[in-house]
Design a protein around this ligand. Structure first.
Ligand code: UDP
Ligand code: MG
Length: 329
């Protein structure tokens, strides 16, 4: 791990952005005064996750008068967690804060997080949502089920109020960057590492502009990745279902033999049909479960890059022409 590396800035603020053209001005307008007021050196790593709107060109325009704004553009949309991974790999700060671009996480809290890290000498400071009343009922319900399940499967350290708004020290970020995992779910992995931590509570606001970039399909993917990356328990469901169906079969054999002995032979099409369907269903579920894990083992052995950086303004500034980009999009 590159422990000898001296961070050139105190703080990196990492923000994944996907089609955030409508939110980006609000975000920058509110973030900048907060960071300027902290009195520490900083960089903002805006990771463009393959947006199809003008997010990148707008970011490059904003960068013209805010040199601390660094734009790391990915080649295609890889999803929130992988975009976060790209940001963590690029960040150079002694401390790294990850925050959403839609101002649901208030930037003002970053100061409190940094102070907590210094005063309490901890490596992680979680932003804890005190109030989610601005989220839709559907979002709160599904989030509630997700965290309940993950606490049971992944471990009691999973907080139901901590999302991806958190501060981490260089030591934590180095560990995360060195993980060989294909799809780490940071909100579960970070607490599982066991670094000393503190919490800062905040009120989750409404998205400032645009709409959620987490449709149901992405929520399901996050849940499947979370489940399979932390627990083999679902595989055991197969065993239990197998035992259960074996017991049911035993019962059926006994009742069948009794009926045969008493000479009352049942025509039996319905029961046969139900038994075949039931067992077939159970077997398919179990095969599907195995497939979920095998698919991930397959992806891990392929070891393809999770994301590719198209450009990073701090490394290849000359290669980026905002006018050309604007024309392309
Ligand atoms: N995001 C991303 N890639 C995606 C989806 C989302 O980088 O494929 C970013 C998005 O721009 C935002 C953050 O992840 O900064 C959280 O997304 P969003 O606010 O839409 O999620 P929600 O708050 O509705 O759960
Ligand atoms: Mg949001």
């Amino acid at each position: 791990m590159p422990q000898s590396f001296v961070s050139p800035v105190t703080l990196s603020v990492v923000t994944p952005m996907y089609n955030e053209r409508e939110a980006v001005d609000h975000f920058v307008g509110r973030l900048r005064p907060v960071l300027d007021g902290l009195g520490v050196t900083y960089e903002v790593v805006a990771v463009d996750d393959g947006s199809r709107d003008a997010t990148v060109s707008r970011l490059l325009q904003l960068r013209a008068d805010w040199s601390a704004l660094r734009v790391v553009a990915l080649r295609r949309n890889v999803g929130h967690q992988a975009a976060l991974a790209a940001g963590l790999q690029s960040a150079r700060g002694e401390f790294v804060v990850s925050i959403d671009a839609d101002l649901q996480d208030p930037p003002e809290v970053i100061g409190e997080m940094l102070a907590a890290a210094h005063e309490q000498r901890v490596d992680v400071v979680y932003g804890v949502r005190g109030d989610r009343s601005t989220d839709t009922v559907f979002k709160r319900r599904t989030a509630g089920i997700y965290y309940w399940t993950m606490r049971r499967l992944a471990g009691p350290w999973v907080s139901d109020q901590a999302g991806d708004f958190r501060l981490m020290s260089r030591a934590v970020v180095d560990v995360l960057n060195a993980l060989p995992e294909q799809n780490p779910i940071y909100r579960l992995v970070v607490p599982s590492l066991g670094f000393a931590s503190a919490e800062v509570s905040y009120v989750r606001a409404e998205r400032v502009a645009g709409e959620t970039k987490y449709p149901l399909s992405k929520m399901i993917k996050l849940t499947l990745d979370s489940l399979t990356s932390f627990s083999a328990a679902p595989l055991r469901i197969a065993t239990w279902l197998g035992i259960l169906s074996f017991l049911v079969c035993l019962g059926l054999i006994v009742s069948g033999l009794t009926a045969w002995a008493m000479g009352a032979v049942v025509p039996g099409w319905t029961s046969l049909y139900i038994a075949v369907l039931l067992l077939g269903g159970i077997q398919l579920i179990c095969l599907g479960l195995l497939g979920e894990y095998i698919g991930r083992i397959y992806a891990a052995t392929q070891n393809r890059p999770r994301f590719l950086v198209a450009f990073d303004t701090d490394k290849d500034a000359a290669a980026v022409d905002p006018a050309e980009l604007a024309a392309r999009r």
